[in-house]
Design a protein around this ligand. Structure first.
Ligand SMILES: Cc1ncc(C[n+]2csc(CCOP(=O)(O)OP(=O)(O)O)c2C)c(N)n1
Length: 374
């Protein structure tokens, strides 16, 4: 069984303080962040904070009675942000497709989505472009970025990802036969989900159909393992040590990463995505993440103690390396908090959907879905 090799990047280490690479005392060496440069590190940090500040605003919106329900992604920033930054953004099979779940705010922000959409969605406003004010928080849908609708029934995204990956494989194969530099050559489908959801058949179907010999599909299959499925613990439910081991039987590349570390996530996701683009074959990637505000508003949406916080840990490393100061970090968070408060006040004045729009967008082109009229 082959596994992805560990990062062997030969890029020079970034030295924020300008310290010489000849410094011998390891204790005082600045961290090299596996060769990732300062601009990228700070960009990831910034979007991670943006995502956390947005989710915390959504939680406040719920807790002040301005929304019915909250579920989201605090604790998944170190995994979700690199995933978005490494993707090919656009509409159609020549770009990457996203089959995400409800903890995807870090990824959609990294893909350049305007955060106001998250606020309109949770507040069920008519102007919500994802669902017209008709679905839960974080159930995003942005066709212009190939972000397919996030579903409330969990795990169906693993089955749907097979369809876009098949369309891409066809287009990629056709295009690369004709023109080596074609834009169609290397798009992939990306599917994300939680650990408990892998108990469902859609996950197994995804592994089976992504790995048919000679007809493998270009899918990045990810599982963000926060060790909980609502209130069922991983240890009581899983006989396997790692979910990623389940890909071994299908002879696919499998790996398990620390999804709380944005540097490791970026490097391993890049390796995996480069491989899928080039080989047009799948990878199963499991990332350990934290569930920092519990499952959802159904479990209180309160901050949980004793879990690793990816932002806190990354901030400490950046400060130690001299790339940012504590006060700069506080300032970034504050400016996002102010921005999202203003957005909330603006959206609060907007109207909700009218009753007669209930059947809209149920089928393509709003074909009548009212069963009473059939
Ligand atoms: C088909 C289906 N079964 C059950 C549920 C209820 N449900 C919602 S979230 C959830 C837990 C999912 O846990 P996991 O896959 O680990 O993701 P996490 O929420 O921990 O990120 C369940 C069982 C559902 N929404 N859909």
């Amino acid at each position: 069984m082959s596994r992805l090799s560990s990062n062997t990047s030969k890029k020079p280490a970034f030295s924020a303080s300008g310290a010489s690479s000849k410094v011998k005392d390891k204790k005082h060496d600045p961290e090299d962040f596996q060769g990732l440069d300062k601009t990228l590190l700070l960009k990831m940090f910034n979007i991670m904070i943006q995502s956390r500040a947005l989710e915390e605003r959504l939680i406040k919106i719920y807790k002040t009675g301005e929304a019915f329900f909250w579920i989201g992604g605090p604790g998944e920033e170190a995994f979700g942000v690199p995933l978005g930054l490494l993707s090919k953004i656009g509409q159609g099979p020549e770009f990457d497709y996203f089959h995400l779940h409800y903890r995807a705010t870090p990824t959609v922000l990294a893909l350049g989505v305007d955060p106001i959409h998250a606020i309109r969605l949770i507040m069920n406003k008519k102007a919500d472009v994802c669902t017209g004010g008709r679905n839960f928080s974080n159930h995003y849908c942005f066709p212009e970025k190939n972000i397919t609708p996030i579903s409330s029934p969990i795990e169906i995204q693993y089955g749907l990802s097979l369809g876009t990956a098949r369309a891409q494989k066809r287009a990629n194969t056709k295009a690369s036969g004709k023109n080596k530099n074609s834009k169609y050559q290397n798009s992939i489908s990306i599917v994300t989900g939680g650990d408990a959801g892998t108990a469902e058949g859609d996950f197994a179907s995804c592994l089976v159909w992504a790995t048919r010999p000679g007809d493998e599909l270009p899918i990045l299959i990810t599982v963000q393992n926060n060790t909980w499925g609502i209130s069922t613990s991983y240890s009581e439910q899983h006989g396997e040590d790692k979910i990623s081991d389940r890909g071994l039987a299908f002879k696919m590349k499998c790996l398990n990463i620390n999804g709380n570390d944005p540097v490791e996530s970026y490097v391993k996701l890049k390796e995996s995505m480069d491989y899928i683009r080039k080989e047009q074959k799948p990878v199963l990637l499991e990332a350990s993440v934290s569930r920092l505000y519990g499952h959802s508003s159904a479990s209180g949406a309160n901050q949980q103690e004793g879990l690793a916080c990816p932002i806190k840990d990354f901030k400490a490393r950046l400060i130690k390396a001299g790339l940012i100061t504590e006060s700069e970090s506080v300032e970034i968070k504050k400016s996002y908090e102010d921005e999202f408060y203003k957005m909330f006040k603006q959206v609060q004045k907007e109207e909700g959907p009218s009753a007669d729009s209930i059947w809209e967008n149920t089928f393509v082109n709003s074909e009548n879905a009212d069963w009473r009229s059939f």
